[in-house]
Design a protein around this ligand. Structure first.
Ligand code: FE2
Ligand code: FE2
Length: 301
């Protein structure tokens, strides 16, 4: 059954055979150094913000998608949404284990995670006392927000798959595998939230609103997260403060995504003919998933 399309935009590319397979990966963090990019605490903690945000964020994606399931009138899309839920649930648990490991290393992430928890449960959680129509509207609005965030997770995933600077800096191989396995699955399922949003409401304004909230909020959470981790780091004890200049230098060395490119990527999402398939490469993502040590171990379990 064809998906509905906005009259003013190009029709979304529909996958004919996107089968999303949750890979039940496991990682051993017992040997992970606190600064897993050696001598690069700022780059390490800038990437570590993912571990602060993703467990609660991805659990929230799952709740939103489960709310949206009864509204889906397309069997293929329903299968993709179920595959997405399966993948995100494993992602959340994988990042949760890193958070637990940080605590054993003397860096307590809980004060920040409590705020993230509050945001995803209280501010962005399901509202009570709504009529059926308001409930549907609220679910679609949250799906649009997920779609905008998924644009950035795919952008970051694509970056992780193409980041030889991290190998040159001798970043911890287990963490690199986590980032690239997760990044590859983000690239693999990058269209699902966007297609779900288009299925429930093909209107362009919905997309703009999702990005108008998600883009600035992510920047804000990231900056706060880096500040928090650098201050809570038991080795640094607040001696390093993050700066945009340092972030720019790290990105030029390939240790972090370029902040300017990240913002430009957010703007690309607003192009009327945009579709997530225009970003990243599914074949590269699947190539990594075929080679990922964690994904290979999961395939043989
Ligand atoms: Fe994910
Ligand atoms: Fe995702």
């Amino acid at each position: 059954m064809p998906r509905p399309t906005a009259p003013s935009t190009a029709p979304p590319a529909v996958h004919d055979s996107l089968v999303l397979e949750p890979r039940d990966v496991r990682f051993d963090w017992s040997q992970l150094p606190l600064h897993w990019i050696p001598d690069e605490p700022m780059a390490t903690h800038t990437i570590n913000v993912l571990h602060l945000l993703l467990p609660e964020g991805e659990r929230w994606f799952i709740r939103v998608f489960k709310d949206a399931l009864p509204m889906i009138r397309d069997e293929q899309l329903r299968e993709e949404v179920l595959g997405f839920i399966g993948q995100e649930s494993i992602h959340a648990e994988a990042h949760q284990e890193v958070l637990d490991h940080l605590l054993t290393q003397g860096l307590d992430p809980r004060p920040y995670v409590r705020q993230v928890n509050w945001l995803f449960h209280r501010v962005l959680g399901e509202k009570t006392g709504l009529t059926a129509r308001q409930r549907r509207e609220n679910t679609i609005e949250r799906v649009a927000f997920v779609a905008a965030i998924e644009h950035f997770t795919a952008f970051l995933g694509n970056w992780a798959l193409n980041s030889p600077g991290l190998d040159r800096a001798e970043a911890d191989p287990t963490m690199l595998d986590l980032l690239r396995w997760h990044g590859a699955e983000e690239v693999e399922h990058r269209s699902v939230a966007f297609d779900l949003m288009g299925h429930l409401d093909p209107g362009y304004l919905r997309r703009v609103r999702g990005m108008a909230v998600a883009g600035p909020l992510l920047v804000h959470l990231w900056v706060r997260g880096v500040r928090f981790l650098l201050a809570a780091d038991p080795v640094l004890q607040g001696r390093i403060r993050p700066t945009w200049r340092e972030a720019g230098l790290n990105s030029r060395r390939g240790l972090l995504p370029d902040p300017v490119r990240s913002i430009r990527s957010g703007l690309r999402y607003l192009r009327p003919g945009y579709h997530p398939t225009q970003e990243g490469s599914s074949s590269q993502a699947l190539g990594y998933l075929a080679a990922s040590p964690a994904a290979r171990r999961a395939a043989t379990r």
